[in-house]
Design a protein around this ligand. Structure first.
Ligand code: LLP
Length: 391
């Protein structure tokens, strides 16, 4: 197999080590992680995650189909999303998935109708907007009143009144997700406090929940990935151990995405040109915002290594080939860089390949896996093929 640049390279050993570290950090048999498929939906990645016994967190009908195809049990699948279509709900109900996380009172009525058609009782969790500041980038903050997600806490009573009128719905849990790339753990402690209020309120109304889903959000180190290839899962789970007040038998569900797959993927790209500009030297890559959207969308910075060169560092503005000024990977120092060098854009395993597009009718970057070939070997094979093709 030959894939030319740009391509995603996945280190499956790092993924396995990350999963093992995550499982080892869980001290509580009632804690269960559902992997957020939206972060990376490649088959090989999903198979590796499934093997470790995680469940699947889906946000579309196609993600449910993908999870089932990979072998996740329906009872290990949850569905979230503020705009679920009737078809998606139909699929979720007919498959009998573990939980449909409902985000509005109006949605309850629709789910009830579809469940009635199947003569089924759908398992519901209320996704609640806890109005907790995740202290992260505003575009990936989801748990504030101004955000579109979840049922406002102030509407909780009305939502309970509503669900009790529907005989094809069973309220089994509550769900929260306050945002993503969260590195300061205090917001998670605040979330626990809000969850405790909700659990107590519902209990006062005679409702004892089976599960509390606290969403995902744990961040990773983008600036210096090498210093923390595996996120601090121990500290993360400890916050929930410490601050959540659980009833006997209640389980806590987590929906981690980025922290599981973020560091195992890199985007490998070749330098096409180095151009002297007025203010900076541009290193122009064959990868662009179509391959990795995060810098253009969130001003995110991914560490960039020139894996073809060593030596003294000089400043470069690393950009893609797309006709948009937002098509930039940012300014960074690299050894003297020239046409043909390979650059490794780090920490691209989460929200990298899944967010790619074919804007400008570009090809989509393919994936290469570490258990098939090492990166060095892959690159030298590629070079040889290109030389032969040039002859
Ligand atoms: N659960 C729900 C309901 C979510 O909406 C998300 C992510 C997750 C779980 C997983 O969160 P994680 O553990 O990965 O932080 N494209 C953005 C991130 C968007 C996150 C969307 N929701 C980025 O590249 O930073």
């Amino acid at each position: 197999m030959s894939v030319s640049t740009p391509f995603y390279y996945y280190d499956l050993t790092l993924l396995e080590n990350t999963l093992a570290a995550m499982q080892a950090a869980i001290n509580n048999p009632n804690f269960k992680v559902h992997y957020a498929i939206k972060a990376n939906a490649e088959d090989r990645i999903l198979q590796t995650i499934k093997k470790q016994g995680l469940g699947a967190d889906c946000v579309s009908g196609n993600e449910i189909k993908k999870a089932l195809e990979i072998g996740f049990e329906p009872n290990d699948i949850v569905l979230a999303g503020i705009g679920k279509s009737d078809e998606e709900l139909d699929l979720a109900i007919s498959q009998g998935i573990h939980s449909i996380n409902c985000e509005s009172i109006e949605e309850l009525e629709v789910i009830n109708e579809i469940a009635a058609k199947h003569d089924a009782v759908a398992n519901i969790a209320f996704r609640i907007n806890p109005n907790v500041d995740a202290q992260t980038h505003h575009k990936i903050t989801t748990g504030l009143n101004e955000n579109k997600f979840g049922i406002p806490i102030t509407e909780l009573d009305a939502a309970v009144d509503e669900i009790l009128t529907h005989k094809n719905l069973a309220l089994k849990g509550i769900h929260f997700h306050i945002g993503s790339q969260i590195l300061n753990l205090n917001p998670f402690a605040n979330l626990c406090q809000q969850a405790n209020h909700v659990i107590a309120n519902l209990k006062a109304r005679g409702i004892v929940l089976e599960h509390i889903n606290v969403g995902g959000g744990l961040g990773i180190n983008y600036t210096d990935p090498e210093s923390q290839l595996v996120p601090n899962f121990v500290e993360y789970f400890r916050v929930f151990e410490k601050f959540l007040n659980l009833e006997d038998g209640q389980t806590v569900h987590f929906e981690l995405g980025r922290s599981i797959v973020g560091q195992c993927g890199s985007l490998i790209s070749k330098v096409l040109y180095v151009k002297k500009g007025v203010n900076s030297n541009f290193a122009i890559l064959d990868a662009g915002m179509t391959d990795l959207m995060r810098p253009a969308l969130y001003n995110a910075f991914h560490k960039i290594d020139n894996i073809s060169k060593e030596g003294e560092l000089e400043p470069y503005h690393v950009v893609g080939p797309i006709c948009e000024s937002s098509d930039t990977f940012g300014k960074t120092d690299l050894p003297k860089t020239s046409r043909g060098d390979y650059l490794k854009i780090r920490s691209a395993g989460a929200y990298g390949q899944v967010l790619s597009s074919n804007y400008n009718l570009r090809d989509r970057a393919a994936a290469v896996y570490s258990d098939e070939v090492s990166l060095e070997e892959y690159i030298s094979n590629n070079e040889r093929i290109e030389e032969l093709e040039a002859v």
